[in-house]
Design a protein around this ligand. Sequence first.
Ligand SMILES: NC(=O)c1ccc[n+]([C@@H]2O[C@H](COP(=O)([O-])OP(=O)(O)OC[C@H]3O[C@@H](n4cnc5c(N)ncnc54)[C@H](O)[C@@H]3O)[C@@H](O)[C@H]2O)c1
Ligand SMILES: [Fe+2]
Length: 384
Amino acid sequence: MAYKFLVPKTVISGKNAIEEAAQQMSDLGKKALIVTDKIMVKIGNVSKLTDVLKKSNVEYEIFDGVNSEPTDIIIGEGVEVYKNSGCDFLIAVGGGSPIDAAKAIGVMVQSSGNISDYMGKVINTSIPPLVAIPTTAGTGSEATQFTIISDTKNNVKMLLKGPSLIPILAIVDPEFTITSPQGVTSATGIDALTHAVEAYTSRLAQPLSDTFALSAIKRIFGNLRTAYSDGNNFEARNQMSLGALEAGIAFNNSSVTIIHGMSRPIGALFHVPHGISNAMLIVECLKFAIDGAADRFCEIAKTVGIYKEGMSDIEASKALIEEIKNLCDYLKIPTLEGYGIKYEDFIKQIDKMAEDALISGSPSNTKKQPTKEDIIKIYENLWK
Ligand SMILES: NC(=O)c1ccc[n+]([C@@H]2O[C@H](COP(=O)([O-])OP(=O)(O)OC[C@H]3O[C@@H](n4cnc5c(N)ncnc54)[C@H](O)[C@@H]3O)[C@@H](O)[C@H]2O)c1
Ligand SMILES: [Fe+2]
């Protein structure tokens, strides 16, 4: 069996990566559209980039209209700014939201219609050169062919895909993540862990995605607690940035599975941030997934040092899930109720959420195939 493995053309990582990347950025075009959000401008992450661009004589325009759930409408606004200001490449600075928005803007500057026209299709349109500078250690979007954009007409978080969406240059500079507040560090860290665990236990796992997934899991388990409790710890932030990148590379070449499939509908309907909805689901979904992949969960348990001599695959898998639960507790991940969602409102939407989860295609990558009834049961278990 042969496997395809896709990664960004260049990754520059570590301390001062942004300065190191100056030449590569100026080689990509004359004027960049910087796609970001208002917080990135306010806290100075955008000026860290523009200082470097100014020194390299690269012109830029800033589009800071992205929020934490980029929509088709925001993408349209970004496209206007790109065209009206004569840009020829894109630089995204932010968490997954600005990076995903920049990908979708890239698609739409080359084509007419609406971004939702691409739902369910592989995007083959070539996009302008795209640089991604992640400021969360989470989504791995700097290395993936995915973008998640909300369709405001149908209340669906669309998962759009195409190899041309992989950024040409990923600048993984942990300095950009230092200001990430505790709530963002925990949610995005669990998102990255989920990517790696799902990639490793997916039906689509392949030898190279396994390598990146296990390495990511080890780094994230070893550093997320410290990055959360001591945000200024540069080395923990560096390890988390690398772990999130590795996890992104892993699931980009394998896939996510049931947790992500079930997480997007919670995000779309109840506006729970992506990492938190993953974290709310991770324990219940993994309990379901053990059956088909206990040998793989056991391998993860060995990687993170939880496995004890003589444990069966199932026992090791259960010990791993317990450890993930402890991690979520340490990170103070809220329950649905704790997040302020009402049981009656949630139950009313369960059928649509289960349908939307299955339509996304992610749950069917789980080794044990979930039915709609299984998915409904897991959503219900979140209230027990
Ligand atoms: N494309 C992919 O492969 C992929 C994978 C997983 C998730 N996603 C998507 O990514 C989005 C979520 O991205 P995210 O979790 O990175 O969050 P985000 O980009 O929405 O950011 C969350 C909040 O944290 C703030 N923030 C980010 N970095 C900060 C920093 N360094 N200092 C201070 N504040 C900071 C942002 O301004 C924002 O208010 C969702 O839409 C999700 O569906 C995409
Ligand atoms: Fe994710």
